[in-house]
Ligand binder design. Structure first.
Ligand SMILES: Nc1ncnc2c1ncn2[C@@H]1O[C@H](COP(=O)(O)OP(=O)(O)OP(=O)(O)O)[C@@H](O)[C@H]1O
Length: 516
């Protein structure tokens, strides 16, 4: 193959990360140069053993197949031998249509390929080459054509030369597909955890909605204030969604959940070898949020050193990775949130005043649920729908008569999160009958969560643990951290306790207690 042709094939196979498109582009070109009716990339893995046709191209287009195929025992023995041989050798192996493995694969491909399926297997010829990156085989490239014995040593030379660009393209395409899959799964999870709908935007949160609309298109920092569980993260999502950065990432940092000694590295990244365990250079959340939004949740929990560094980034737009001297820049819009009273933390010297000024450009206070009880029926409806889908429940029960009124009489110290939990619990115990909501309690009273009506029902460990946490909180008057605080008494790390409280919808850090 001359240089010009080699460059053209390389340009085409590396021209797109979508391997189906790239392969089809190559197919169209090579078809003018040699006998060709299909190109396929297959993958064999020995541990666990599986063979897959990864992608193919033929007359009608290029396709990602990525489906397992089953091969005979004889074929697998042959594959095992080849893999061993090629690991030691420098030249990737070749084999032709006469080989039983090629015949088996062609047989499978033929049945699903309109342009060649009418032909008998003996009417094909093919040539296959292992795709190697360094000494590792990552797949095989096969050229197939209708008719017998079309391929000779000149074609073997061509396919050998194509080994490297095809191997690189395959390796990139697989990584790219893995990343896409991870990304989609993470987005699905994130949306499940924090719903993507702001319920109450037309009633109890109308003002909040107006503020979101005003600030979203700008690049100004936003400070979200409100008790725990009021929906600060949902509002942050909305701001990002309606901003010009919506195509960029929304990266969340829970400032209270990162151990103090790792905060710098989490926010700003670290260079390889910066500390024990830093095996690779890592991008921090600032870098990952480039051209998007960084949501600093629980910003009131940032320790003083991290507050100083955050201030510097907000002022200059510059930061350094831990262990690196280079200044980096990231184009990031900041949304910060806290359930704490930042103004009084500033007065008490617990939060930097200059940082507070920087963050407090556009504050949005999200009212507690007790001040917008008109939203409760719509929320209950929404959560019933959401939870039934998540739990795969066949029936969607409605609230029992009078049940919604009961909810409206309650003060909701855990806000929307608590309501969400109450609905979920009601769905679990209802067995499909109308929902009686139980398990909410008067603020400040230690209580065992109400159990369903069956007298012989044994409380679950989670319920008992929850009740014990409530009792201990009551004893410490809601204090989480410090000596003699709830976390200390329960033998837990304060952030572990906080996430547990959050998950269970137990209010903390407010009413008659003080967080520390
Ligand atoms: N207006 C709303 N519409 C729909 N769902 C909501 C709304 N407000 C809150 N939720 C749901 O309630 C739960 C708690 O909301 P979120 O995590 O946003 O609260 P938060 O104020 O950030 O709490 P914290 O301060 O404890 O982090 C989430 O599952 C969220 O989806």
């Amino acid at each position: 193959m001359d240089n010009h042709r080699f460059l053209e094939v390389t340009r085409r196979i590396c021209g797109s990360l979508d391997i189906d498109e790239a392969l089809y582009d190559v197919f169209l070109y090579l078809k003018q140069e040699l006998p060709l009716d299909a190109i396929l990339i297959t993958i064999y893995e020995m541990n666990p053993r599986q063979a897959r046709i990864f992608a193919m191209a033929e007359e009608t287009g290029g396709f990602i197949v990525d489906e397992p195929i089953s091969l005979s025992e004889t074929a697998w023995k042959g594959i095992g031998r080849w893999l061993d041989e090629s690991r030691s050798g420098t030249i990737p192996w070749l084999r032709n249509q006469a080989h039983p493995i090629n015949r088996e694969i062609l047989q499978i491909v033929r049945t699903g390929t309109p342009s060649i399926q009418a032909r008998a297997i003996d009417e094909f010829c093919s040539i296959t080459c292992a795709l190697k990156v360094k000494r590792t085989i990552i797949g095989n490239l096969t050229l197939a054509a209708a008719g017998a014995n079309h391929y000779d040593s000149s074609h073997a030379d061509i396919i050998r030369q194509l080994n490297e660009p095809f191997a690189i393209a395959l390796s990139n395409a697989r990584r790219y597909m893995d990343l896409l899959r991870d990304h989609q799964a993470l987005q699905r999870d994130a949306q499940k955890m924090v719903g993507d709908t702001l319920i109450g935007a037309d009633s109890g949160l109308r003002n909040v909605r107006q503020l979101i609309e005003q600030v979203a298109p700008t690049t100004s920092p936003v400070l979200l204030l409100g008790e725990t569980g009021t929906g600060k993260e949902v509002v942050a999502n909305e701001i990002h969604k309606f901003s010009r950065r919506s195509a960029g990432p929304l990266i969340r940092v829970n400032c209270s959940a990162i151990p103090e000694n790792l905060i710098d590295s989490e926010l700003f990244g670290h260079e390889k070898g910066a500390f024990t365990g830093a095996f690779e250079t890592a991008h921090g959340r600032f870098e990952r949020a480039h051209e998007g939004t960084l949501f600093l949740d629980e910003v009131g929990e940032l320790p003083p050193a991290a507050q100083a560094k955050l201030l510097r980034v907000l002022q200059s737009g510059e930061f350094e990775r831990v262990g690196g001297g280079r200044s980096l820049r990231a184009d990031v819009r900041i949304i910060a949130a806290t359930h704490r009273d930042l103004a009084s933390m500033v007065r008490e010297g617990q939060f930097r005043q200059d940082l507070w000024y920087r963050l407090n450009v556009f504050p949005i206070t999200i009212p507690p649920l007790r001040e917008r009880k008109q939203d409760i029926p719509t929320m209950v409806d929404y959560f019933i729908h959401q939870k039934c889908e998540e739990m795969n429940l066949p029936h969607r029960p409605a609230p029992a008569p009078g049940a919604l009124e009961k909810l409206a009489d309650y003060d909701w110290p855990g806000n929307v999160r608590e309501l969400q939990n109450i609905v979920e619990r009601a769905l679990i115990v209802s067995g499909g009958s109308p929902l009686e909501f139980q398990g909410f309690h008067t603020p400040g009273m230690a209580q065992t969560p109400a159990l369903p009506a069956h007298e012989d029902r044994v409380a679950t460990l989670d319920e008992v643990t929850e009740a014990h946490i409530r009792t201990t909180l009551e004893k410490t008057r809601g204090r989480i951290g410090g000596k003699g605080g709830t976390a200390d008494l329960l033998g837990l790390h304060p952030s572990t306790l906080r996430s547990r409280l959050k998950k269970s919808g137990i209010p903390y850090g407010r009413t008659n207690n003080t967080e520390s």
